[in-house]
Ligand binder design. Structure first.
Ligand SMILES: C[S@@+](CC[C@H](N)C(=O)[O-])C[C@H]1O[C@@H](n2cnc3c(N)ncnc32)[C@H](O)[C@@H]1O
Length: 278
């Protein structure tokens, strides 16, 4: 499928980020290669909360897998993993990480909406995604159909993602004020940003324009239900895996939280587990 204007800009932007992320401290590529026990913060977060449960012996599809650190961490937890992403450099990096670390994984270039055409007749025990994934997708209903498409009957879907209320907060310093700068609900058009830096590493991005999309929590949950999934839980978390705005304080283990006394004011991440019952 040809990419639209927003997807094409985002692809160029994400392609530029790959070598910067590969070399960055945050993605810990060297640690992943040298320590076979190492798993990424995303998987450590889940293990501490035991939200997805045991993945050993299961097939797992990771949508928007980026450079594969989370995908291969699920492999280190016993799953047989497949990662898809529309960035060819990201998929090349993920394959390289798989071979250099001796951690098996299959990685495939596919735009999200097009991925059922790229991986026809494939279904998985688990579909996983999150942590800065769905904000790049314009249509949450279509995304939910893709999720359902890839799940075996009885299969489990799990997402852990930035909370839409967190995305709505201004990333500027407003002292102790919580200022909402961005939409909460899904809108017809995207938000446009021009940033020549990325969240990990020090390099400069040649294609700084990016388009992102907001999705309210109810819109995401309803899209999953309409796609045929049965929701098991929706958890809203008081911690976040990155410092989204200046007010957040370190919470230990690489997590961030609202300042003391205001921990209950704002959800920062959410996670949803659901299964396909048909
Ligand atoms: C922040 S990463 C999320 C992955 C993971 N949490 C991580 O940090 O490694 C977002 C990923 O979404 C991918 N992406 C963005 N838009 C996409 C689309 N329309 N189809 C497929 N992948 C897309 C990007 O290439 C990028 O690798």
């Amino acid at each position: 499928m040809p990419l639209n204007e927003y997807q094409a800009a985002n692809l160029a932007n994400w392609n530029d980020r790959v070598p910067i992320h590969w070399d960055s401290e945050d993605y810990r590529i060297q640690q992943f290669v040298s320590d076979p026990e190492y798993v990424s913060d995303a998987i450590r977060f889940d293990r501490e909360r035991d939200e997805l449960g045991d993945v050993a012996g299961k097939t797992l599809l990771h949508l928007q897998c980026h450079i594969g650190t989370d995908t291969l961490s699920w492999a280190r937890s016993g799953a047989t993993v497949t990662g898809v992403d529309f960035s060819e450099p990201a998929i090349d990096a993920a394959s390289r990480l798989s071979s250099e670390s001796g951690t098996p994984g299959e990685f495939v270039v596919a735009e999200l909406d097009d991925s059922p055409n790229i991986l026809p007749d494939r279904q998985f025990d688990i579909v996983y995604t999150g942590l800065g994934a769905i904000c790049w997708l314009p249509d949450i209903k279509n995304w939910a159909k893709v999720v359902a498409h890839f799940l075996k009957p009885g299969g489990t879907f799990y997402i852990v993602e930035g909370h839409p209320m967190m995305w709505a907060v201004s990333d500027q310093d407003h002292g102790d004020q919580i200022v909402l700068d961005w939409p909460y609900f899904e809108a017809a058009g995207p938000l446009k940003f021009d940033e020549d830096k990325t969240y990990a590493g020090d390099g400069t991005i040649d294609h700084p324009t990016q388009y992102s999309f907001t999705h309210g929590l109810g819109e995401t949950i309803t899209a999953l239900i309409e796609a045929g999934l049965q929701i098991e839980f929706v958890h809203e978390h008081r911690v976040l895996q990155w410092q989204a705005f200046p007010m957040l304080e370190p919470a230990g283990n690489g997590l961030w939280k609202m300042p003391k006394g205001r921990e209950n004011h704002l959800p920062l991440m959410h996670s949803i587990r659901a299964h396909r019952s048909f």
